[in-house]
Design a binder for this molecule. Structure first.
Ligand SMILES: [Zn+2]
Length: 488
């Protein structure tokens, strides 16, 4: 877009100082602190122990797990998210959208994973939901993950991607109502998952599926021919990580699975979870009594190809279920009951910020998205006297026994997953994206330099003032390493 220039180191310094105080410290949770704060009932146990002269034989620690679900299909037909080109609200549903909650407990500490069949979630709404969960269940932010599937046939979610839509008063009202509805449903589902806590075993396995194609390196129309010839280009992450939660009788209670690919097979006017929705339905059909939860990986530059027909979404759903089944019947690693967490919001710097004159000029742009962004940024400038030089970007690390889950916000390109898995070895790393806050695309330095949609122009639709600074990749990767070391 119009704001390309090297970043200013002065910006970075000012910003780090400001955000360290306002953002990082309250949310920075070394795992030891979390363990203390999440520990319940030690006083009661001490009292019981005092009455007994001989201490009971210590029982080995064990997992407990609880699951629950809630329909989050909008009760009213409202505007859909994901594509700027839509010109009317949804007209029906293909299948329901779901919020699913999994609570894990290692004996003392608890972790809440919520998966959502939604395009994303913005900071404002995510904070509201997480604050409610923290208050209700005595949790810290590091103990909660809200993970979205990035389906492009879901509703507009709060202020997420606000620059992309031009809504009338009635649609704005429906978006606000939906945010309230979503909050209520998620909080209730998490409460039900807590009530469902019961002994469990956890196993981790991995397999692969090949329908994700690097969309920056292959023309969509050429994909069938290139695939046939084995000539698809560009980095991909075809791994399918699987976390299996079993009841003491061996039956499956929950199956968490991931894949790095956009949920963009469908672009029509009916609610659906796209291929991740079909994958969850298929896995639950094959494993009655189990809840399937999907978490998106670093698939920001990956598309499911070919696409645009319901039969493709169904087919990729089956391919994903096949991969999950292969993982479940393969070598699974039993996970030791031990949870550790870390969460931090880092001041991720933008490139050169636009001046007021540049924004004024942009308000008259022929491109209505550039004009809408300029109007929003001018409002911010007038309200705060300046534009924020950085965004508080969430990085979370959740250790589930021997499994090291790295949970990133935003639409993260595949380079991050490949690099982090390599650099975090020999740990077993699972890289999750589109979680906790989806404020923009997150390009690697390579993609940032190449430019294009993921590197630059997508920032318009997210309402961000410029592309990210060239420091974006190193800042995130350094933070991940620090949080992983803190939880080792
Ligand atoms: Zn996307």
């Amino acid at each position: 877009m119009t704001h390309r220039s090297p970043s200013s180191p002065r910006h970075l310094l000012r910003l780090s100082a400001a955000l360290l105080i306002t953002v990082c410290i309250p949310f920075r949770l070394p795992h030891a602190a979390c363990a203390d704060e999440a520990h319940h009932g030690s006083g009661a146990n001490a009292h019981v122990a005092a009455e007994r002269p001989t201490p009971a034989r210590p029982t080995p620690p064990s997992w407990r797990a609880g699951v629950a679900r809630a329909v989050i299909t909008p009760p009213k037909l409202m505007w859909m998210s994901g594509y700027a080109s839509r010109n009317r609200p949804a007209e029906g549903k293909l299948h329901d959208l779901w919020a699913k909650a999994l609570v894990l407990e290692d004996g003392t500490r608890r972790y809440v994973l919520v998966t959502l069949d939604l395009v994303g979630i913005g900071r404002e709404l995510s904070d509201r939901i997480r604050r409610q969960l923290e208050r209700t269940h005595g949790l810290k932010r590091s103990q909660i993950t809200l993970a979205t599937s990035h389906t492009h046939t879901g509703p507009v979610v709060g202020r997420n991607l606000a620059t992309m839509y031009f809504l009338d008063a009635e649609q704005k009202r429906r978006v606000a109502e939906y945010a309230d509805f979503l909050t209520t449903r998620i909080v209730r589902a998490v409460g039900q998952a807590f009530a469902d806590l019961a002994p469990a075993t956890l196993h981790y396995g991995e397999n692969h599926a090949a329908f994700a194609v690097n969309r920056r390196n292959n023309r969509e129309a050429d994909v069938p021919r290139l695939r046939e010839a084995g000539q698809l280009r560009g980095p991909v992450d075809h791994s399918v990580p699987v976390l299996a939660v079993r009841r003491p009788d061996g039956s499956l209670k929950a199956i968490v699975f991931g894949y790095a690919c956009h949920a963009t097979v469908l672009s029509f006017y009916k609610w659906s979870g796209d291929w991740p929705g079909f994958a969850q339905l298929e896995i639950e059909h094959r494993h009655p009594g189990a809840t399937a939860l999907f978490v998106a990986g670093c698939g920001a530059d990956q598309n499911p190809l070919p696409r645009r027909k319901v039969e493709y979404a169904e087919r990729y759903g089956r391919e994903m279920a096949d991969a999950v089944d292969r993982a479940l019947s393969g070598d699974l690693r039993r996970l030791t009951p031990a949870l550790r967490f870390a969460y931090e919001e880092i001041p991720l710097a933008f490139d050169r910020l636009p001046t007021e004159a540049e924004l004024q000029r942009d308000t008259t742009s022929d491109n209505r998205y550039i004009a809408a962004r300029a109007r929003a940024l001018l409002q911010e400038l007038r309200k705060h006297g300046r534009l924020a030089p950085a965004y508080p970007y969430p990085v979370q690390v959740v250790r589930v026994g021997e499994l090291c889950m790295v949970v990133l916000g935003g639409e993260v390109v595949v380079d991050y997953a490949l690099r982090l898995k390599r650099e975090l070895a020999p740990r077993t790393a699972w890289i999750v994206a589109y979680a906790n806050d989806v404020p923009a695309y997150i390009p690697s330095l390579r993609v940032l330099k190449e430019g294009g949609y993921e590197g630059e122009t997508s920032m318009i639709y997210y309402g961000r003032p410029s592309r990210w600074s060239p420091n974006v990749e190193e800042h995130i990767i350094r933070t991940v390493h620090r949080l992983v070391h803190a939880t080792d």
